[in-house]
Design a binder for this molecule. Structure first.
Ligand SMILES: Nc1ncnc2c1ncn2[C@@H]1O[C@H](COP(=O)(O)OP(=O)(O)OP(=O)(O)O)[C@@H](O)[C@H]1O
Ligand SMILES: [Mg+2]
Length: 599
């Protein structure tokens, strides 16, 4: 009983997904669907026609030897097949185009949605895994649409046409032989639930395999250096074994639906032959009716069988649709408030007020506690402190990548939670701790800083970031595609491209998170100079491990374990002998001297 209930709830759920897919797409294709429907009716009518005509072949041609009827039926049958061929071409083309278009629309929608999801979402979901899952689910969606539109629509209409012939030829026998249909339907329901569970597991394990492959290729140097091959191979073997088992499970479930459908259909047709034969032989009924009925029943059997197993295979594609919707329904985090205004920047003073923050709302692991910092307008504020202290987190909060638990950040007196994310971020130029390059050319990658900037401006920014020289050395200069380069750019070169991007942005607020950490001393000095030029008059927040790069900052804030422990100018902090800064500085100068000595 409980099982039954669950089953019926889940069928409702499947129906709801299907309804949603149709209702979201239906309006866009009304005209094409109308065309396809007409073509499908032509296909099913022309499929049913020979079964219908058998009656006259037996009655008029065989029994009464009427040659004229034979000729006209032969012509009509040829015509029916021709119509069927042309109409099949038409509906396959129309429906195929609809489903391709729908898939493209889902792809665009998923991507647009991914862009709107908060940074937190990506921290919780491994990207390669996400990609694997999305790919499979989109493919599943395509399969579902194809199945639903072609198999369901075509076979259902053909079945209806055949049943029409059967009912016209022999209503009583139709009724008794069609009794098997509901039985087949019930038998199939048993498999549906199992398929649903197995299909979801299969998507997940497949996505793990993809993500493992992607991560291995991305980290191939680490893999080789730590000789991780054997361990990774072992993991992969386990996973592929699991994939195989799941795939076998699905194959078995699909195959299991065959014997009951075949046996039940066989029973129905055997019954028709026995009972119909008895009526012709013993009761003197016309053989034309029996033949016509038999042919219709046999032709009905194929679409009926497909429709019966359709539910099972359809269910597994429906799982993909459901998983895709789960992603599309993930709420956009840090979305703008309804009445969000544009950030109006005047001077650019940034005020971090009593900020307490923990990732994923986990109160026990506070990353920041009661942090208050003022970044004065047009001045440079440096954040320093031991690794893991919370510097990058503060910078992420300033860009509203996460929601703050307690406290607020104000820019020129406006709470960043109340302004639009777009206006907030367009006032910020950010160089992240890990430099990122995107699909496209080097030119594109710098131009993301300010779309619409002319080539001269891009060259200028690249020159300031000390990137112009090495970019010209690439095979196609600025037009070299990043994909072509693969891993051929050094860490420092990537960093300089992302600095050029920030320079080009020309925003009033500048954030540099370890922007020059991967550069050698010489280029760091040059880039540093360009950055100092850039910092003039802008509110700048810099994070740096190398203290030499921030000694001229207007205010240095030392952050340790999520708290502000010291702040002040370089000279003031160095004098505080017991402070963290003076200790860090002692090590910092030591390394700086070492480096200078090496040169
Ligand atoms: N997405 C995340 N989810 C959960 N915890 C995180 C996340 N990102 C960072 N943390 C934790 O927050 C703390 C602060 O990290 P953060 O990156 O802000 O440090 P940091 O001061 O920038 O360190 P570093 O100098 O090494 O870059 C660390 O303990 C880190 O483990
Ligand atoms: Mg950091």
């Amino acid at each position: 009983m409980a099982d039954n209930q669950k089953n019926s709830i889940q069928s409702d759920e499947s129906l709801a997904i299907l309804k949603r897919v149709l209702s979201e797409n239906w309006q866009n294709y009304t005209w094409q669907y109308a065309q396809a429907f007409v073509l499908l009716v032509a296909v099913s009518a022309s499929t049913a026609f020979p079964a219908w005509a058998i009656y006259n072949i037996v009655e008029d041609v065989f029994m009464r030897q009427d040659l004229d009827v034979a000729y006209s039926i032969s012509f009509a049958i040829f015509l029916a097949f021709t119509v069927r061929g042309l109409a099949t071409y038409g509906y396959m083309y129309v429906l195929g185009k609809i489903s391709n278009n729908m898939v493209a629309r889902y792809q665009k929608r998923v991507y647009a949605h991914l862009l709107n999801l908060g940074v937190g979402f990506y921290k919780e979901n491994r990207s390669a895994y996400l990609v694997g899952q999305i790919n499979q689910n989109i493919a599943g969606m395509r399969e579902m649409l194809n199945q639903f539109i072609t198999v369901f629509a075509r076979d259902l209409l053909t079945l209806i046409a055949m049943i029409a012939v059967m009912v016209i030829r022999d209503p009583f026998m139709s009724l008794s032989s069609l009794m098997v249909l509901p039985i087949i339907y019930l038998v199939m329901s048993r498999y549906v639930r199992k398929v649903r569970r197995v299909a979801r597991e299969a998507v997940n394990i497949n996505a793990r395999v993809t993500s493992s492959i992607v991560e291995t290729t991305q980290g191939i140097e680490v893999v080789k250096s730590f000789t991780m091959e054997e361990a990774l191979n072992g993991n992969m073997e386990k996973m592929t074994k699991e994939v195989e088992t799941q795939a076998n499970h699905i194959v078995r479930l699909n195959a299991k639906t065959k014997p009951p459908t075949e046996i039940l259909a066989g029973l129905a047709i055997a019954g028709v032959v026995a009972y119909g034969g008895y009526r012709v032989a013993e009761l003197g009924h016309s053989p034309g009716g029996l033949f016509s009925f038999l042919v219709a029943a046999m032709l009905a059997y194929d679409p009926a069988r497909k429709l019966a197993s359709f539910r099972v295979s359809f269910e597994s594609s429906l799982v993909n649709a459901r998983m895709l919707y789960e992603l599309l329904d993930t709420p956009e985090r840090q979305a703008d408030k309804k009445d969000a205004k544009s950030l109006e920047l005047s001077k650019g003073k940034i005020d971090f007020k009593d900020i307490t923050f923990s990732y994923n709302g986990d109160e026990n692991i506070r990353v920041l506690r009661d942090v208050s910092i003022v970044a004065r307008a047009g001045k440079t504020t440096a954040l320093v402190g031991p690794s893991g202290g919370g510097k990058s987190t503060l910078i992420a909060l300033l860009q509203r990548f996460h929601d703050i638990n307690k406290g607020s950040i104000e820019i020129d007196g406006q709470n960043i939670a109340d302004v639009t994310a777009k206006s907030l971020r367009s006032n910020i130029a950010y160089v992240s701790q890990q430099p990122m390059l995107f699909e496209g050319t080097i030119m594109d990658n710098i131009r993301y800083g300010r779309p619409g900037a002319d080539d001269e401006a891009v060259f200028d920014a690249a020159k300031k970031a000390q990137a112009h020289g090495f970019i010209l050395d690439q095979s196609h200069g600025y037009d070299t595609s990043v994909a072509e380069l693969g891993g051929n750019l050094s860490g420092g070169q990537r960093q300089r491209i992302s600095i050029a991007r920030a320079i080009l942005r020309d925003a009033p607020i500048l954030i540099l998170d370890e922007a020059t950490s991967a550069l050698d001393n010489e280029s760091e000095k040059l880039v540093q100079k360009a950055l100092e030029q850039l910092m003039k008059g802008r509110t700048t927040i810099v994070v740096a491990h190398r203290l030499s790069t921030i000694r001229h900052a207007d205010n240095i804030v030392v952050i340790d374990e999520g708290r502000v422990v010291e702040q002040g100018s370089h000279d003031k902090l160095v004098k505080k002998k017991t402070g963290i800064y003076s200790k860090l500085y002692a090590i910092g100068t030591a390394t700086a001297e070492l480096k200078d000595a090496e040169i």
